[in-house]
Design a protein around this ligand. Structure first.
Ligand SMILES: CC(C)(COP(=O)(O)OP(=O)(O)OC[C@H]1O[C@@H](n2cnc3c(N)ncnc32)[C@H](O)[C@@H]1OP(=O)(O)O)[C@@H](O)C(=O)NCCC(=O)NCCS
Length: 182
């Protein structure tokens, strides 16, 4: 993560305010999500403490949002993850996922996410973060499209960011980094 970025829980109003830019990027743009409806969803989820945002210290606009639901197949489920295009590639997505993982793995064994099979960038991202492919969900979001179900185990240690020079812990491969075919 960029050193000056922090992860926190937003108020419902702040969560709602992120809907406009999220609806403007794929996959939500392509799927025709309306900002008002997405905003209501984000506000409702923030009300149940299911949303985290990333923002730069000093009050800049949030650069990323994640929504995580609890109690899905013995685990947690990332229902939405979005990073502003101008903030991508700086570790914001990783920081949001690791924040969710830390929370979920306090009580649960698995962290799940599903991703459009054509969203190769996101599939590579999740694979990099230790998720592996466990299922195929045809027609889930849109007829003709396939969602890929991925999961990460609580036994998978956080995979350090290569760009920031961290080393993979000794024995990490043995304890099960998931290298799924996503
Ligand atoms: C996918 C997304 C969340 C990634 O967020 P990000 O902040 O750009 O990703 P990070 O900078 O945290 O990257 C974390 C790691 O994943 C890798 N990664 C990120 N995007 C990648 C890509 N397209 N291809 C390969 N690797 C990628 C990074 O290289 C990094 O690894 P490293 O630290 O070892 O170099 C972001 O691009 C996004 O919001 N996309 C649009 C919405 C979307 O597709 N959401 C997921 C829907 S299921």
């Amino acid at each position: 993560m960029a050193a000056q970025t922090r992860i926190s829980r937003p108020t419902p109003a702040l969560a709602r305010a992120q809907a406009a830019w999220i609806a403007g990027i794929d996959p939500w743009r392509m799927l025709g999500y309306r900002p008002a409806a997405l905003g209501r969803y984000l506000a409702r989820k923030a009300g149940t403490r299911s949303v985290w945002i990333a923002r730069a210290v000093g009050g800049a606009a949030p650069s990323g949002v994640v929504v995580a639901d609890d109690g899905f197949l013995l685990g947690g489920f990332i229902a939405l993850l979005a990073v502003r295009p101008e903030a991508s590639g700086q570790g914001v997505g990783r920081a949001l996922v690791e924040r969710v993982a830390a929370e979920v793995f306090g009580t649960r064994r698995w962290l799940f996410v599903s991703c459009d099979g054509n969203n190769h960038a996101a599939l590579r991202f999740y694979r990099k973060l230790g998720f592996s492919r466990v299922g195929r969900l045809p027609d889930l979001v849109r007829p003709g499209n396939v969602e890929i179900l991925l999961r990460r185990s609580s036994a998978t240690p956080p995979i350090p960011a290569r760009a920031r020079g961290a080393k993979i812990p000794a024995g990490a491969a043995r304890v099960g980094y998931h290298r799924g075919r996503s």
